[in-house]
Write a protein that binds this ligand. Structure first.
Ligand code: COA
Ligand code: MG
Length: 291
């Protein structure tokens, strides 16, 4: 997964557009982009979409309301008959929340004759101040976890920040901190680190710069809020031919020289951490159909 496009779950027109957008995954939203009066209609439409799509097309993820919202039971009852690939949990506050959601999913998998453990979880794990302190409890908490992402909008509200970016457009310290911790929590959990949304959706140069910075730091995907963002995200997070060839060279060297710990390749010192990185890059290239 390189691109994950958010779509308000009550908007049939946007769902149709999203299915044709080229996004690797769609996040059918039942939370913040759906008004309280529209939640029931969103659950119905999302379930209908899941059933109609089956396993074809982009991966279908449903963002439910938070565990404390009072809505999550109705959300899961509404969409689990459609067998979503994954549930995105907003305002996740640590490993216990993942286990709580896992239990809610297990019951509904049984009720709907779905394989036990099939439904994966993507956590938005930095939306409250408490969530940041609990990131350390996430690794190992749930086999269902497949990706972890961060959010800057709800966190800004929760801490009373006037803004989360400075005049130059860069995230301010509290949000850079959340971004870094999310990256560490995802990689410590051996799941995909997914960068947060870029809300200035008409600014392609800004999006590209943010994608490149995310890739540089280790993120392997980014969420989108508008179909126009998908192509840029897919392009940046698809390993290019040069990177693939370099990774292959590293893997080939260590395969041919199992007793070597370190080597110089293209003028750079290459050892074990680079091998791990090369293997990850090739896995992503394979997922994109390139290697
Ligand atoms: N998914 C699918 N289609 C979308 C879309 C999305 N996220 N965002 C816009 N579109 C469609 C529009 O319906 C429109 O279709 P049309 O040409 O057939 O009329 C087309 O793309 C162009 O949209 P545009 O006019 O540029 O944007 P907008 O003003 O209609 O919508 C937003 C702007 C922000 C309201 C919209 O992009 C959106 O709903 N984004 C997702 C919000 C969300 O889910 N947030 C929660 C997570 S942060
Ligand atoms: Mg939110």
């Amino acid at each position: 997964m390189r691109s994950l496009l958010f779509i308000p779950g009550d908007d049939a027109k946007k769902i149709a557009k999203g299915l044709a957008s080229g996004a690797d995954a769609l996040i059918l939203d039942l939370e913040d982009s759906v008004a309280a009066s529209r939640k029931a209609e969103a659950r119905r439409l999302v379930c209908e979409t899941l059933k109609a799509q089956g396993a074809s097309g982009p991966r279908l993820i449903v963002r439910v309301n938070a565990l404390k919202s009072g809505e999550i039971t109705a959300d899961l009852d509404g969409v689990m008959p459609g067998g979503p690939a994954s549930i995105m949990l907003p305002k996740c506050e640590g490993g216990a929340d993942l286990q709580h959601l896992g239990a809610l999913l297990a019951v509904r998998e049984a009720e709907n004759n779905l394989p036990d453990g099939q439904t994966r979880i993507i956590a938005i794990a930095t939306e409250t101040p408490l969530a940041l302190f609990r990131l350390g409890s996430i690794p190992g908490a749930s086999q269902r976890l497949e990706a972890l992402t961060w959010g800057a909008e709800d966190l800004a509200g929760a801490i009373g920040a006037e803004a989360n970016r400075d005049a130059s457009g860069a995230y301010t310290d509290p949000f850079r901190y959340a971004r870094s911790l999310a990256l560490f929590a995802a990689t410590a959990s051996e799941v995909a680190p997914v960068d947060t949304v870029y809300t200035d959706f008409r600014n392609e140069a800004g999006l590209r710069a943010e994608c490149l910075a995310a890739r540089r730091d280790g993120f392997t995907a980014k969420m989108a809020i508008h179909p126009a963002q998908v192509a840029v995200i897919n392009e940046v997070f698809t390993p290019d031919a040069k990177a693939i060839a370099h990774a292959q060279k590293i893997i080939d060297f260590f395969a041919a020289n199992p007793d070597s710990g370190v080597v110089g390749i293209d003028g750079q010192m290459i050892d074990k951490p680079h091998l791990v990185q090369a293997e990850r890059l090739l896995a992503r290239a394979k997922a994109a159909g390139l290697a």
